[in-house]
Design a protein around this ligand. Structure first.
Ligand SMILES: [Zn+2]
Length: 229
């Protein structure tokens, strides 16, 4: 596990193998955990919260892919009474329902979608707030992906809308050296639109599901959107 330096608001990245990230966000009542990595990550995430000396009060999921929700059941087992939040749309994927709505692009869902036994305690829509975080719709990678903007310090927890392995890239195309987010993306034109919408937030730092936290990411995000990936 590698933790990186906390953001000004104290948001800490916890990474499995430097490649699969979750984040601990301090709030008045304890920690919000954003994403859960894989099953193997659950114990490490609890250990990281103990290092910070605060309990995990809620688990927020950016989207329902296995490498983001894989630790959920094990975490809930350990933590007991904890809030679980995901978008209303991806809650269906979490429950194992892979149907598409008639008004959605009829593209094949991609990536690991084995779901979880745990059901959300609340579902989220664009604009909803979770403590200091504001949910921002970022569909395309999955139909209901949400990014979360930390309003205290401009940290954008972007899920897989962007990855920062080797270089900043969107999931709208399979990047040469780290193709996984692109290969797991449901509808690439929608993903590119979402990347553009997140760029318009002009975040202070980009905190992705895969890769290191990038400070001052706007120019790199612009570049990624301009080349369509
Ligand atoms: Zn994903």
């Amino acid at each position: 596990m590698s933790n990186s330096a906390p953001s000004p608001a104290g948001i800490v990245r916890v990474s499995l193998w430097g490649a699969v990230n979750a984040y601990l966000v301090p709030e008045d009542d304890g920690l919000t955990l954003v994403d859960t990595t894989m099953k193997a990550g659950a114990a490490r995430l609890v250990a990281a919260s103990e290092q910070l000396g605060q309990p995990i009060r809620r688990v927020v999921l950016t989207h329902a892919h296995d490498d983001h929700v894989g630790g959920l059941d094990a975490l809930v087992e350990r933590l007991g009474d904890v809030e679980v939040l995901i978008s209303t749309r991806d809650a269906r994927l979490l429950a194992g329902d892979r149907t598409l709505d008639p008004d959605e692009p009829q593209s094949k869902l991609r990536g690991g979608l084995h779901g979880a036994k745990t059901a959300p305690t609340r579902t989220l829509e664009h604009g909803d707030r979770v403590g200091s975080l504001r949910a921002v719709a970022a569909p395309g990678h999955t139909p209901g992906q949400l990014a979360f903007l930390g309003e205290r310090d401009g940290t954008l927890l972007c899920g897989d809308a962007y990855a920062t392995m080797f270089t900043v890239a969107t999931c709208a195309r399979a990047a040469k050296r780290f193709p996984l987010p692109g290969l797991a993306t449901w509808h690439k034109p929608t993903a590119l639109e979402s990347a553009r919408a997140l760029l318009a937030l002009a975040p202070e730092r980009l905190a992705p599901g895969h890769g290191p936290v990038v400070e001052g990411p706007v120019a790199a995000m612009e570049h990624a959107v301009a080349r369509g990936c």
